[in-house]
Every structure is written in structure tokens, then in C-alpha cells.
Design a binder for this molecule. Structure first.
Ligand SMILES: *Cc1c(COP(=O)(O)O)cnc(C)c1O
Length: 439
């Protein structure tokens, strides 16, 4: 009998609730602090830029939060997503390990990010917001939010890091196709953008600068709220649907994971897959290892310091307790644009501090070698970000072969790489370096 490859949930088996790890931490998380008073931020501080319903989720101690029907209806465009067994990759590596991947690249925007973009647009719509402002690096978040805004009838104003705006025109076009307005950041739209441009007219921009612009845009335009695609608690909450589905699908496969991997930029796809398993770990129901994989050139979890830091360059966000390289850190321009962030989600950071998860860092060339191996065995071109997890899985599978030991490995394939083919060109033609710009 041939090996079963796809493990599919029926529509009616889609989880009805998100999972909030905050309810189960053995020790509470340090609260975010107001940058002026250094006191814990209040609901009132946060509602200056977020709608109250999302702020309540951000601060919620509730274990399970029901997914509203209107959100479930939009999730149904691509959820439940498939879990696949990578038999051809196993064969290529000649490993006794069983490798499974949860594939989030089937969403309309091609990544896991719509899992939070859709509820964020919905909660804003319900709260009376007319327009959302946000930032985007390589464009995965911007295109996800643009899609969600078009579904719920909101305007969407996006500050896109200038270097990506010019180098990656396709995601910009995707955002414009969904009806969003896209500015190259630093822009002349905001005071902060004009200040950066005055000091350096050729500035390529950064995520930190773009966040500062989007927040300024929000406070200056009535009816506008701000939206963030990673890092925050409510984003980790929305992404938990990934792990909730995976638990059900692993039961269908009749196996339990020994090691779980996901790439970690701001931490949201990692949290999404991992947190439902962290819950099982806290409850003593599994001993599986859970590993976040980050780029060697932007290693917040493995090399950063655990301390209070700002989320943006202009120091406008609350101070968050997180593993950070410092909010002034300028990551080198590696191709995995979604992993170029100086900090790590406070919830993921707290897991690391409590020893519930591990982290490792991998260099860019090794990531692309793994991506190509995966594409040539499984047929699917993975996003450069997701390929960090693949590189770690391949190492573990080779270790299994050397030790002649079966282990069950599960990873999050957070997105497809079809709009990142220029990065593969750079790798395949030998123009890529470990860090910095291509030849
Ligand atoms: C944005 C992105 C990431 C990184 O963000 P996280 O918040 O760490 O998940 C990873 N993979 C893909 C495909 C992305 O688009």
C-alpha cells in the first residue's frame, strides 16, 4: 500500500477557538511598560492606536477565545490547511525520520499572515475603524492586510521599506491589486519620514522606520487604527489555529512529534504552530522539543539580550520584555525579509526564558541549499523564511540517519516562495553572500 501523504481536515473539523498560552504560563509575563511613566500600559494607552476589542485580546487571560463566524467564513477560503508527510524528502535524505510539514502557503497571500490579518480587519470593522495603517518589509504582511481590508471594506495605507519597494515590485502590485495605497518608506507623508530623509536622502529604510511612520499616520488621521503582523500577543493568539489543526492532523497520522521546528522573525508563525504543543508540554502530556530557527545575521533569540526594549526606531511603542538585538540594530539585507526584525515576540521570549522552547540560528547559504533540496524532492518552492526551518529539519533528519534512529519531525512551511524567485536566482547564479547585498 502506498504511503499516505496528505492529512486533511474537513471544513467542519476546523477549530472553533484560538488558544491563548497566557492562561497556562507557570509564571506570568512581565507587562509592557509605558515609555514615559515606566508603568504597565493601560487599556487607555493602547486604544490610541488599536481598537478596544483587540486590546482586550492582547491583555486577555482567557484560555480559549471563540473565532467569530465572520472570520471563520473568510478562513474557509483556505483553511483548514493541509499537513503533509515529506516522504520524498525522507527518501532523498535516506533518513529513518518521519518528516511532516504544515503548509500555510495555500492562503491567498501565500503565507500564514492572513490568519491574523483577517481577524484584525474584522475586529476593526466591528469597532467602526474606517482605515488601517501598517508597515511591511518584503511585503508579505502588507499583502495579507490589504487582502483582509478588501474583504471587510476598509481602506489600507501601507509603508513599505524602500529597498523592498524597488527590489520587490510584485508584492507591491499585489497590495495595489487588493486596493491598498503603498508608500516607499521613509516617505514624505510623515514628519518622521521627512526627518529621516533630511538626514539621509538615500535612506533605504528599515522595518523600525516604517513602523514609526505607520504609527504617526495612525495618530494623525481620525478613523485610522494601526495594525501589526507579528510580535504582539493577539497575533500569536490568532496564529494558534495552525497548531490546533496540526494536533488533530498528527492524530490522523497516528504519530506524535518528537521535535517541532518553525522559523522565527517576530515569532508569529512559530507561536502559531508551537503554542498548542507548549500547552501539552506544560501539562506533562508531551516531551517534544520545540525549536525556533532564526537567521545567523539577525539572531535575537540565540544572541540577543532579554530586556525591555522598543518595537520601533523612533521609540514610540511601549517597552516590551523580549530577546532583542537593540531597537537601533540594522539587520543586513538577507533575502528572508520577514526575519529581519531586531526583537522577538514577548510570549515567545517568555517561553525561551522558562526553558519551554529552544532556538538555533542558520546562515543564509545553508538555508537556500535546504530550500532547493526541498523544492527538488517535494516539488514545492518554499519561502526563504520558511526554509530556515527546513535547514534545521534536514540537519536533524541526517542526525537520525547517523544514529539509525526514527524520530517524528514536524515543521511549519509558513509560506511559498513563488514571489521570491529573484532570491533563488541570486543563489543559483552564485551572486549570493552570507550577509549583505548580492554582487
Ligand atoms: C513574515 C513571515 C515570516 C516571519 O514572521 P513571523 O512573525 O516570525 O512568523 C515567516 N515566514 C513567512 C512566509 C513570512 O511571510
Amino acid at each position: 500500500m502506498s504511503q499516505q501523504i496528505q492529512f486533511l481536515l474537513r471544513a467542519e473539523e476546523m477549530p472553533t477557538h484560538w488558544y491563548n498560552l497566557n492562561a497556562d504560563f507557570p509564571e506570568p509575563m512581565p507587562p509592557p511598560l509605558h515609555p514615559g511613566t515606566k508603568q504597565p500600559v493601560t487599556l487607555g494607552d493602547m486604544t490610541a492606536i488599536f481598537p478596544e476589542n483587540l486590546v482586550r485580546q492582547e491583555m486577555s487571560p482567557e484560555r480559549h477565545i471563540e473565532i467569530p463566524q465572520a472570520v471563520a467564513d473568510v478562513y474557509a477560503l483556505y483553511r483548514p490547511t493541509p499537513l503533509l508527510r515529506a516522504v520524498r524528502l525522507e527518501q532523498a535524505l535516506q533518513t529513518p525520520a518521519h518528516i511532516y510539514y504544515k503548509y500555510e502557503g495555500v492562503s491567498p497571500a501565500g503565507s500564514h499572515k492572513p490568519n491574523t490579518a483577517i481577524p484584525q480587519a474584522y475586529y476593526n470593522k466591528v469597532a467602526g475603524t474606517k482605515r488601517l495603517a501598517t508597515e511591511t518589509g518584503a511585503g508579505q504582511w502588507g499583502s495579507s492586510l490589504a487582502m483582509a481590508c478588501s474583504v471587510f471594506g476598509l481602506e489600507c495605507n501601507i509603508y513599505m521599506v524602500k529597498v523592498s519597494f524597488h527590489q520587490k515590485p510584485y508584492r507591491k502590485l499585489l497590495m495595489q491589486t487588493y486596493g491598498a495605497t503603498v508608500h516607499a518608506s521613509p516617505s514624505t507623508e510623515t514628519e518622521f519620514g521627512r526627518k529621516v530623509l533630511a538626514a539621509d536622502p538615500d535612506s533605504h529604510g528599515s522595518l523600525g522606520i516604517a513602523i514609526s511612520e505607520a504609527i504617526e499616520d495612525t495618530v494623525k488621521h481620525p478613523g485610522t487604527k494601526y495594525s501589526l503582523g507579528s510580535v504582539l500577543n493577539h497575533v500569536c493568539l490568532h496564529q494558534s489555529i495552525i497548531g490546533e489543526e496540526t494536533i488533530r492532523q498528527m492524530a490522523m497520522a497516528g504519530e506524535e512529534p518528537d521535535v517541532i521546528f518553525a522559523c522565527a522573525g517576530g515569532g508569529s508563525n512559530f507561536a502559531g504552530l508551537a503554542f498548542p504543543f507548549v500547552r501539552q508540554k506544560i501539562a506533562g502530556k508531551t516531551k517534544c522539543r520545540i525549536v525556533g530557527v532564526e537567521p545567523a545575521s539577525c539572531p535575537s533569540l540565540t544572541k540577543g539580550e532579554l530586556r525591555y526594549d522598543f518595537g520601533d526606531t523612533a521609540e514610540t511603542t511601549p517597552l516590551m520584555m523580549m530577546y532583542t538585538l537593540g531597537h537601533q540594530f540594522m539587520p543586513p539585507s538577507i533575502h528572508a525579509g520577514g526575519l529581519r526584525y531586531h526583537g522577538m515576540a514577548p510570549m515567545v521570549s517568555h517561553c525561551k526564558k522558562l526553558g519551554l522552547i529552544e532556538a538555533l540560528a542558520v546562515p543564509q547559504m545553508k538555508v537556500f541549499k535546504a530550500a532547493v533540496t526541498f523544492a527538488r524532492s517535494e516539488g514545492l518552492v518554499p519561502a526563504p523564511e520558511s526554509s530556515h526551518a527546513i535547514a534545521a529539519v534536514i540537519d536533524e533528519a541526517i542526525k537520525c540517519r547517523e544514529e539509525n534512529r526514527k524520530r517524528v519531525l514536524v515543521f511549519n512551511l509558513s509560506g511559498n516562495g513563488l514571489l521570491d524567485l529573484a532570491a533563488f536566482d541570486s543563489y543559483l547564479t552564485g551572486k549570493m553572500h552570507e550577509t549583505g547585498n548580492d554582487d
